[in-house]
Each structure stands twice: as structure tokens, then as C-alpha cells.
Design a protein around this ligand. Structure first.
Ligand code: MTE
Ligand code: MO
Length: 398
């Protein structure tokens, strides 16, 4: 509790939400150009993050913040809010999480009551559905993220199942809808709310977290509570969570029925300009591997071994292996993996490249997860720019 109280006071200190950027900038190398962005320290609890939008805040993690560590520091962790009207302070004494709808008895739980329940802790990657959207060709509308709308943290909280059991789910219930303290604009835009199937919500892994890497959640990452849905895209990880509504019919609201849907094709891709194809709500994440110690186009010393390292995630299953190719994906060589901190988290990988003769090269890296899902060399294009996860590569010059 003490951590929460202190954090709330700090947030109330109103550092201001102005996007006053520093002189520093970064280029996201988007294929269509226009990738220049400012780095900013102007948001509470954040420093050295890429400013994508000020209201509601969209802040991206620069690649260097990922290098050499499995857990993404809270102050560099990406931020995404749909609406501008977001909580800037929360009174932890009066805050309540309400559980309503198809339940035996509605309950309103204080933070102290939640923190007295059995605790769980889990490492899990939080990744925006639109991470790396800016890299799609043809270009798609929406936030032009580079590859930093992602992060891994150790989350502390309680099981969603245990909280639902406090209210008692009524027979016939099918989904649980979660919403938070942010508000839609007065134009009648739909409240941000996301739903999970009841079995998923009660699987014992989905959690309500107050802790992130051993600290209270930063205000911008959902203080005081957020949903953590391991292995699933973060659109479901509702922040500043204050309401759970048990539903007896599938959620027909905008954010489930209209937004965050992917083509119902095996790889989730369609041809550009395809229309009227069937869709399903975005769901599980996919394996990914990326390099963190070398930038695209980096120089390595000729004829000397070069260290290359990065991070991998398995998506909805653990990382099984990471492999590297220097011949366009014909031959693959295993990278070595760092410590396993949990199947939903990042895993470090590293390898040593043999001495290269002077010239230009391309290094490819791919991840396979424990369920046998492997990154493909081709990108599954979709008009919303979701779940981009092809095998990635960087150019190297020796
Ligand atoms: N209440 C609320 N929760 C939310 C959102 C939001 O707009 N409002 N955006 C979702 C989306 S789309 C993403 S990508 C993640 C981002 O989590 P982060 O800001 O902690 O990185 O929050 C999710 N939870
Ligand atoms: Mo997102």
C-alpha cells in the first residue's frame, strides 16, 4: 500500500502533460519516410521515450532501451491511450474496483482488500496490436509506430478468477467486460471497454495487476490497477481498471464488434484493397525476434568476430529457439538463449558472427515457439496494421 500512496502523490504533483520535447530526436526509418520523432522527458514517470502523440499520449520505447535486459524499465515503457481524457491522479483511499452484471452479488473492492487476496507474479510481454504498423507497405492508417510499442515486465497482482469469485459469476454468463477511468470525448464516442470469454477470464493466468517490475504501475501505464492478459495483445490489458461487468451475451460494443479485428485467414493477412472479408477479434500474440545491439546498417569490424544480441518472445507459448541466417533464410544457425524468466516474457538471445570479409550483408533472425509456431519470411498485410511479425533483418557492413 505504501508504494501506491507514494506514487499517487507524485502523480498529483502535476508535472503537466505538455509534450514539450527535448532537442533530441530519432528516426524510425519508416519505409515511406516521415519517421523523424522527438525524444521526450515531459511525461510523468517517463524519460527518453519517443513522442508519437501528446493527447491521448502515445509514447514509444527506443530500441536501445531494450538492449541487454529482459525487463523493460518502467520509465522507458511505451504508453498508449485512445482518448485524451485520462486519469492524472487517483485517490487510493476511495478508489474501488466494481464487479457488476451477471453476478450473485455485486462487489466493490478497495485496493487494500485486493492486496489482502492471494498474490500472483508473472513476467509477460505487453505489445500493442499495432506495434511496427509504420513498417507496413502499402502503408496503413493509424499510429505510425516503429518497433517499440512493446515491453516486458514482471507483473504483481491477483487472479481475475479470484476477484470474479468474490462476486460469484451467475449461471449463463459468457464474457467479462473491463473498463477504466479514462473517458471518451463528449462527441458520443464509445467508452473504451474490452471483453474476454469467461473461460479465458477464469483461466488463472489473467490477472489484475498493481505492481510492475516491483513498483506501483506508473500513472500512464494504468495506475492503480490494470488487466494483464498473458500471451494476448495489449488492447485487452485495460488500464486504470475500475469496472468488471459480467455479461450474459457477447459484447456487441464498438471496441469488440468493430475495432481491433483481424482477417479470419490462416495467417491473418489479406491482399491490399481487399474488402468485405470476415474478421475475428485480435487475440493471441505471435513469436518475434529482434536485434538490440546493432542498428540497421551498422558497421562491424571486418574479419573479426562480432557479437549480436537481442530479444525474443514466443507470443502465446514459450520461446523454443532463435535462429540466425545470413543467406536470405536458406541456412539457419541457432543463437544461444538467456535465462528463462517465464514463458510469456522476453528471452535474451545472443550469437557471435564469424569474421566477415569487407562488404555488405543482411542478417535475419527468427523465433519458433514451444507450440511450433515460427515466424514467416513474408508479412501478413492487413488494413489495420495489426500483429506485424515477419522474420526481421538488418543490413550490416563489414
Ligand atoms: N483504459 C484503457 N486501457 C487501455 C487502453 C486505453 O486506451 N484505455 N489502450 C490499450 C492499448 S490499445 C494498449 S496498446 C495498451 C498499452 O499499454 P501501456 O500504455 O501500459 O503500454 O493499453 C491498453 N489498455
Ligand atoms: Mo494498442
Amino acid at each position: 500500500m505504501r508504494e501506491l500512496t507514494r506514487r499517487a502523490a507524485l502523480a498529483t504533483g502535476a508535472l503537466g502533460w505538455a509534450g514539450a520535447a527535448l532537442g533530441r530526436g530519432i528516426d524510425l526509418h519508416l519505409p515511406g519516410g516521415g519517421g523523424r520523432r522527438a525524444l521526450t522527458d515531459a511525461f510523468p514517470g517517463k524519460r527518453g521515450v519517443i513522442l508519437q502523440r501528446t493527447r491521448g499520449p502515445l509514447l514509444e520505447t527506443p530500441m536501445d532501451a531494450f538492449d541487454g535486459q529482459v525487463f523493460t524499465p518502467n520509465d522507458r515503457f511505451f504508453v498508449r491511450w485512445h482518448y485524451a481524457d485520462i486519469p492524472t491522479s487517483v485517490d487510493v483511499g476511495t478508489f474501488r474496483l466494481h464487479v457488476t452484471g451477471a453476478v450473485r452479488r455485486p462487489v466493490s473492492l478497495s485496493l487494500a482488500e485486493l492486496q489482502a487476496m492471494p498474490r500472483v507474479e508473472l513476467a509477460a510481454v505487453n505489445q500493442c496490436s499495432g506495434n511496427a504498423r509504420g513498417l507496413f507497405t502499402p502503408r496503413v492508417p493509424g499510429a505510425q509506430w516503429g518497433e517499440g510499442a512493446i515491453g516486458n515486465a514482471r507483473w504483481t497482482g491477483v487472479r481475475l478468477r479470484d476477484v470474479l469469485d468474490r462476486a460469484g459469476v451467475a449461471p449463463g454468463a459468457v464474457e467479462v467486460r473491463a473498463s477504466g477511468l479514462d473517458r471518451p470525448p463528449a462527441t458520443g464516442a464509445p467508452w473504451f471497454a474490452k471483453s474476454l470469454g469467461l473461460d479465458h477470464a477464469r483461466d488463472g493466468e489473467v490477472m489484475i495487476a498493481w505492481g510492475m517490475n516491483g513498483e506501483a504501475l506508473p500513472m500512464l501505464n494504468g495506475f492503480p490497477l490494470r488487466l494483464v492478459v498473458p500471451g494476448w495483445y495489449s488492447t485487452y490489458w485495460v488500464k486504470a481498471l475500475d469496472r468488471l461487468e459480467v455479461l450474459s451475451a457477447p459484447d456487441a460494443g464498438f471496441w469488440m464488434a468493430k475495432a481491433y479485428r483481424i482477417p479470419a485467414t490462416p495467417d491473418g493477412g489479406v491482399r491490399p484493397r481487399a474488402k468485405d472479408f470476415p474478421t475475428v477479434p485480435i487475440n493471441r500474440m505471435h513469436p518475434r525476434a529482434f536485434v538490440t545491439n546493432l542498428a540497421d546498417g551498422a558497421h562491424v569490424e571486418a574479419r573479426a568476430p562480432a557479437a549480436v544480441r537481442g530479444l525474443a518472445m514466443g507470443g502465446a507459448a514459450a520461446v523454443a529457439r532463435v535462429e540466425l541466417s545470413m543467406d536470405g533464410g536458406h541456412g539457419w544457425h541457432a543463437a544461444s538463449l538467456g535465462a528463462d524468466e517465464g514463458r510469456y516474457g522476453f528471452r535474451l538471445w545472443q550469437a557471435t558472427l564469424p569474421g566477415l570479409a569487407p562488404g555488405g550483408y543482411r542478417l535475419w533472425m527468427r523465433c519458433t515457439n514451444a507450440a511450433g509456431e515460427r515466424q514467416a519470411m513474408t508479412t501478413a498485410w492487413n488494413p489495420s496494421g495489426y500483429q506485424r511479425s515477419p522474420v526481421e533483418s538488418i543490413a550490416l557492413r563489414a
